[in-house]
Design a protein around this ligand. Sequence first.
Ligand SMILES: Cc1cc2nc3c(=O)[nH]c(=O)nc-3n(C[C@H](O)[C@H](O)[C@H](O)COP(=O)(O)OP(=O)(O)OC[C@H]3O[C@@H](n4cnc5c(N)ncnc54)[C@H](O)[C@@H]3O)c2cc1C
Length: 283
Amino acid sequence: MKLPPLNALVAQTETLTSRQIILRVVPQDWQLPRFVAGQYVVLGLPPTAPRCAFSLSEREFAQGSHTDALPETKSDREQLIRRAYSIASSSHAGEYMDFYISLVSDGRLTPRLFALKVGDPLWLSSHPVGVFTLGEVPREKHIILIATGTGLAPYMSMLSSELDCGSTRRFAVLHGARHSWDLGYRAELENLQHLCSNFTYLPIISQADKEPFAWHGPTGRVQQLWQTNPLSAVWSFTPTPDNCDVFLCGAPGMIDEMLGLLRQDGFTEHRHGAAGEVHIERY
Ligand SMILES: Cc1cc2nc3c(=O)[nH]c(=O)nc-3n(C[C@H](O)[C@H](O)[C@H](O)COP(=O)(O)OP(=O)(O)OC[C@H]3O[C@@H](n4cnc5c(N)ncnc54)[C@H](O)[C@@H]3O)c2cc1C
């Protein structure tokens, strides 16, 4: 079977840690489509693309000698490896798309994405999709964006595309990670908080005992942070289903627990055709 042509190039790679990168991708001889902040596209590479260090070797992977992933079959080897990735860059940046990606050591695609260098080709789908956007949130409502890990990606796009500094509409990001160094985009978000009185950034880490320097912020999981009602203190009012919508993105465990907590506070899930205040994207 003939693999589809690789239609995009890596324009920039930013290594945040050995397990997190930001990949900037540009189309090769075609125009990027317009998208709504929060949507995702699909990235792809051929199975022949090399895997990075810090991942299982090809032989280990092919033998399925680890617990999670299945061994590659003949048909796997004849198709592009494709996975969905949220667009992390602004919808106003028409020339490139950024992706905030974490390494799954025994995964099929991420070890290959981590091996890419500037100028290398890859496949990029031309139709952004997804309904995890601010489109259906009433303009007068505040926005709470809760993520673990790279679940922050769609929020970076929403903030750079739709945050109006100084407006009465408030935005907050609650970001959970294991270590402080896993809090991608932390400097940008701290700067944004200094510049925008209507933006609040609340990071939390779960393994503070492993920090080489004292961590003065909250510790635990993002769902524990939510239970301390941190936004009431900053905003001087309590977030309710009437005054705000909540977005949840990242690990399925966090999403399930947060959904349970939010339901106790009267929030309901937003589904196609059923209005609700909790919007969900599971990775
Ligand atoms: C709508 C959508 C948007 C997404 N956006 C992003 C994004 O912006 N950034 C990003 O990094 N990922 C994102 N993902 C996840 C992404 O699509 C891949 O699933 C992920 O990168 C792993 O791909 P892989 O081929 O390396 O691993 P796979 O070969 O698919 O998985 C190998 C094994 O690892 C397990 N596994 C898969 N993912 C993880 C994980 N994250 N942590 C731990 N174990 C895992 C699987 O259960 C499997 O056993 C998104 C997913 C969806 C559905």
